[in-house]
Design a protein around this ligand. Sequence first.
Ligand code: AHR
Length: 319
Amino acid sequence: MKRALAAAAAALTLSLASGVSAASLTVGFSQIGSESGWRAAETTVTKQEAEKRGVTLKFADAQQKQENQIKAIRGFIAQKVDAIFIAPVVATGWDAVLKEAKEEKIPVILLDRDIESPKDLYLTAVTSDQVFEGKVAGDWLVKEIGSKNCKVVELQGTTGSSPAINRKKGFEQAIAGHSNIKIARSQTGDFTRTKGKEVMESFIKAEGGGKDICAVYAHNDDMAVGAIQAIKEAGLKPGSDIKVVSIDAVPDIFQAMAKGEANATVELTPNMAGPAFEALNAYLKDKKAPPKWIQTESKLYTAKDDPMKVYEAKKGLGY
Ligand code: AHR
């Protein structure tokens, strides 16, 4: 009851401040699925941010399939929602459905992933700089390894997704010019813990038991956690025999870091919806288009950052 009153009060304050009735907005959210701890947190935060503003959120889980997302978006258009948020599973194949939304004058905001469609088909994208994330991870490894030879194995995110493409690119940029560091194997682990473990097991097998692997670079923490399990089962020590660097900064990776089993992660906020609602409200109020890209921060964490303290602080932020 208290929560509902607080949400109503917050919505009223916002509508008075902005001059539009945020409380009467209906927003459709096409979410990819729940492949990672980060993704689940983003869903939680999006629901919280909507509730805080008194926005009715229509939520659709696409179970990792673009066809389900397109179906959900068409459903939102038919229901005449006020806006649509999309976390796009892959980067291509959106033009037709986005044109349909545009024809109905429904603003679309992308959350956490980019697409290759013309920019006039969406209002804005709230994402991190994913090339930079990969570069931060790579720069950390370059510094950590120094002049030693280092054979890296890479666990890529979902094939065709913008973070998989860009995080690979950024990491490669960082290690270019450091001929002692080489990516020996690279395969998708689909951003999941289970596949991250499976693929790491196959890397270890293919590399004669894994003793020559110096580091694993995972495009997200969940795959890193899976890889850590595979490394331990192979009788090696994650974090020391094989360095572990990844992206997201979910609570589980800080627990691994505290045990010395993970080395570095790059933070991605699960709160993409907050800036998206702000941009949407401003747009609805005076039709002033926001910038095409609203960039979120990417911060490096290592074992020096008191991992258990960060772990505790992360709780309640959607995790
Ligand atoms: O698009 C963001 C990525 O998608 C996150 O890094 C990953 O965990 C997720 O599933």
